[in-house]
Design a protein around this ligand. Structure first.
Ligand code: SF4
Length: 287
């Protein structure tokens, strides 16, 4: 629970606040960008939410916050907001919410499919989300992009009897994974689901391409909402920046319209524009 006595001084006066335990993961700024802003090393409430609709969006950010750093003194129905997760992005893709501190607040996603639903990376294991996922048909497959963002994947796998899929070079984070990917080539996992190795951030990092439309990118690349362009971070590249540049360049061989990252902003644009943007990013990374 957030502590009102630890409010950061940047908060606008009112019911909602961020306290000093914030780890600056960006989640609240993605979920409720009108309410939450960025100061040095922390988020803060830049504008108090107005009306029930905006309060509900702010409550989603409160529930998604990995560290419980967001508080509300307004007596809002937080349990009702819990029913909003997983939150539809575009069918069949949903944002799970409940970002985990184990993945430094990484995003995870849920994909509905008649042959078995998918998790991409894992959120906190929480009863409200588990109940909602059960109601949506459960989880059959858990695709893990890399070692940093597995969070509570083992608990979800045990609860739903799901198979975890991860590259061999990331296996130390999930030694009991049921499906182990090898090598640097793409691998079909099911019709419409393709694992695409994207080494760089970590050695065995992989993306997941769904229906040639949705690319789940883990920590490979994301959308820089300030610069309005795709971005990758050399500061957070743990394995090889040279390999990461080549991995980005190879993404131009695939068709997709969505980039759905573990950390950072998601984005959708026409496939031709996305390809041009991927090539521009690869070029800029090499400079
Ligand atoms: S979601 Fe929580 S930890 Fe992350 S930036 Fe917002 S307040 Fe900070």
């Amino acid at each position: 629970m957030a502590n009102p006595r630890k409010r950061v001084p940047e908060n606008a006066p009112g019911d909602f606040f961020v306290d000093s335990t914030c780890i600056d993961c960006d989640t609240c700024r993605q979920v409720a960008p009108r309410v939450f802003g960025e100061a040095t090393g922390t988020s803060f409430v830049k504008t108090q939410p107005v009306g029930p609709g905006e309060r509900r969006v702010a409550l989603r950010a409160l529930l998604a916050c990995p560290t419980g750093s967001i508080g509300s003194l307004g007596g809002d129905d937080v349990k009702a907001a819990a029913d909003d997760f997983p939150l539809p992005i575009e069918e069949p893709v949903y944002y799970c919410g409940y970002n985990s501190p184990k993945s430094y607040g990484g995003n995870s996603y849920f994909v509905r499919h008649p042959a078995g639903n998918w998790l991409i990376d894992a959120p906190k294991f929480t009863v409200p989300l588990v109940r909602r996922l059960e109601a949506l048909g459960g989880v059959a497959h858990i695709f893990l992009t890399h070692r940093d963002d597995v969070a509570d994947a083992d608990r979800y796998a045990a609860h739903f009897h799901a198979r975890r899929i991860i590259h061999r070079d990331e296996l130390s984070s999930q030694p009991g994974a049921e499906v182990v990917l090898d090598g640097e080539g793409p691998r079909g996992l099911a019709p419409g689901f393709l694992a695409v190795p994207t080494p760089g951030h970590t050695k065995g990092h992989c993306g997941l391409l769904v229906e040639d439309r949705f690319l789940f990118t883990g920590d490979h690349l994301d959308w820089d909402r300030n610069e309005q362009r795709l971005a990758a971070s050399e500061d957070y590249c743990w394995h090889s920046w040279t390999e990461q540049i080549e991995s980005v360049r190879r993404l131009a061989d695939y068709r997709f319209e969505w980039v759905l990252p573990g950390h950072g902003q998601r984005v959708c644009m026409p496939a031709a524009e996305m390809r041009a943007e991927v090539l521009r990013l690869a070029e800029s990374m090499g400079r």
